[in-house]
Ligand binder design. Structure first.
Ligand code: DGL
Length: 258
């Protein structure tokens, strides 16, 4: 077997990172993938930085043992806590992270209001605050910590009144009015994009970093001469630490979601 047939590993605290994998599948369907969800330890976003770093390191070790040729940390929280540290420690494979798509949202909404929905930890970390500083002259950036929101996606709840009520409690009237754009700073949230739009109550631009990350992965693989040579459709293996039938079924459902 050609070493470029080895899988690209995507990892997240749960099923959210599948939203990033779905974008990679669109542009590189011939690659082999492993999706690793750590649902047993989810959520990461309300843990300490040290805990998230240790969990992510353990998951990366496991994925390297499985022969992964590249790692995508498809989790904003884990990227903030661990990406730099892991890139320093494991130089043998490319490690790609995600970040909130604040740049296009701010540049397309100059002087307007831009909400950033993410976990409390992502919004507290230095990485996001540096990014926010860069664009706060361009647009009015409002961080909206969404502790408790990823749990809906982990339960497979992507719409309905319970989720809407929860979103209303975060996207209060004050926050909702006259917003130009929303940045989804957590990889679970693209799956509830339609419900977020419904709660906002008017058409709004929603940005997520999934396609940007997929393209960065493609460029990195190309540069490192790691792209798979075969044109045949690749395999996707799903692993979840919760190891329940429910999580695998949910992951497969999300993998098919547009
Ligand atoms: N999917 C994750 C992110 O992008 C985090 C959810 C969590 O574990 O709190 O931040």
């Amino acid at each position: 077997m050609d070493k470029n047939d080895n899988p690209i590993a995507f990892l997240d605290s749960g099923v959210g990172g599948i939203s990033v994998l779905n974008e990679a599948l669109k542009i590189m369907p011939n690659e082999n993938y492993i999706f690793f969800g750590d649902s047993v330890n989810a959520p990461y976003g309300t843990r300490t930085t040290e805990e998230v770093r240790a969990l992510t390191e353990k998951n990366v070790e496991f994925l390297l043992e499985r022969g992964s040729k590249a790692i995508v940390i498809a989790c904003n929280t884990a990227t903030s806590a661990a990406a730099d540290y892991l890139r320093n420690k494991y130089k043998q494979v490319p490690i790609i992270g995600v970040e909130p798509a604040l740049k296009p949202a701010a540049l397309n909404n100059k002087g307007g209001k831009v909400l950033v929905m993410a976990t409390p930890m992502t919004l507290k970390e230095r990485k996001f605050n540096k990014l926010m500083q860069q664009y706060q002259e361009v647009a009015q950036i409002i961080p909206v910590p969404c502790g408790g929101l990823m749990e809906f996606v982990e339960q497979g709840i992507l719409d309905g009144s319970e989720l809407e009520e929860f979103l209303y409690s975060m996207l209060t009237e004050d926050i909702r009015t006259q917003t130009g754009a929303i940045v989804l700073g957590c990889t679970h949230y693209p799956f509830i994009k339609d419900t977020i739009t419904k709660v906002i109550g008017y058409p709004i631009e929603i940005y997520d970093g999934g396609m940007g990350t997929a393209k960065q992965l493609q460029r990195t693989l190309e540069r490192s001469k790691l792209l798979r040579k075969s044109d045949s459709i690749g395999q996707v293996e799903v692993i979840n630490t919760l190891d329940s039938e429910r999580m695998i079924t949910l992951s497969e459902k999300l993998l098919m979601k547009e």
